[in-house]
Write a protein that binds this ligand. Structure first.
Ligand code: 6GU
Length: 239
């Protein structure tokens, strides 16, 4: 998979060389390209923004540099991802969809947004997704693009050593993950639940499922409505 990033702050993408994404590069699963939007300007001041038509606060990103960047970077298999707080909410299912793409081109906006014609024009030549990380405002889309990248790259075939941990973790089954414990069995007066020491795999599986459901009912009742789990909070203390 090829992942490209267009931004006025290319330094934000230094973490792509680290840890998990860096490992994916080493394994030959992905290649990353980081592109300075100002490199696609033509004026002496390398201008990327201007005041909004119709008035109002803040600045809007000019269409010209984005058009040049897409001319340079878009090919037949490209999906252009605009990271924006007005996008579709990002979730695990969307990460799985994006993991099937050949080429992701992240367009990271700043200021009050990008001229709408950039998106309209992009839709004429590529698959376009507008994606939000959640209901809060970041100063720009760079951190969001990094988060989406990490969620997507770890799903690529051959990335994870242990395929089971992909299936068992939070959200793969629509529930939050059950609590986990390791040695020692007693620590600062807190004990590991007895069932986990029992060696009874049936009881352990049932306990974990009940914990996952109770936790989800308490913290994310919206998820339970989607998975169709009915029980929810029983007598379990999920904290
Ligand atoms: Cl994707 N971008 C920005 N700028 N702010 C956000 C966001 C994205 N998701 C939540 N807030």
């Amino acid at each position: 998979m090829i992942l490209d990033y267009v931004s006025i702050f290319p330094e934000f993408f230094a973490p792509l060389q680290l840890s998990l994404p860096g490992k994916a590069v080493a394994k030959g699963l992905v290649t990353f390209g980081v592109h300075d939007l100002r490199g696609y300007t033509t004026d002496r001041h390398r201008t990327v923004d201007d005041s909004p038509y119709g008035g109002g606060a803040g600045m809007v990103m000019k269409p010209g540099p984005w058009g040049e960047a897409f001319d340079d970077l878009t090919g037949p298999g490209t999906t252009i991802v605009f990271t924006t707080p007005s996008g579709e909410p990002f979730d695990q299912r969307m990460a799985e969809e994006l993991a099937g793409a050949e080429h992701l081109l992240f367009a990271c906006g700043r200021y009050e947004g990008i001229d709408q014609r950039v998106l309209d024009h992009a839709r004429e030549r590529a698959v376009v997704r507008e994606i939000s990380l959640g209901d809060y405002v970041l100063n720009g889309g760079e951190v969001a693009a990094l988060a989406i990248t990490e969620a997507v790259v770890r799903l690529l075939p051959g990335f994870m050593g242990n395929a089971e941990s992909l299936v068992e973790e939070s959200h793969a089954d629509g529930l939050l993950e059950y609590p986990v414990y390791t040695k020692p069995a007693s620590w600062r007066g807190h004990e590991v639940p007895e069932v986990l020491l029992s060696g009874d795999h049936g009881r352990i599986a049932a306990w974990r499922r009940a914990q996952a459901e109770a936790r989800t009912a308490e913290r994310r009742p919206d998820l339970l409505a989607r998975t169709g789990v009915v029980s929810g909070l029983g007598d379990l203390d999920v904290r």
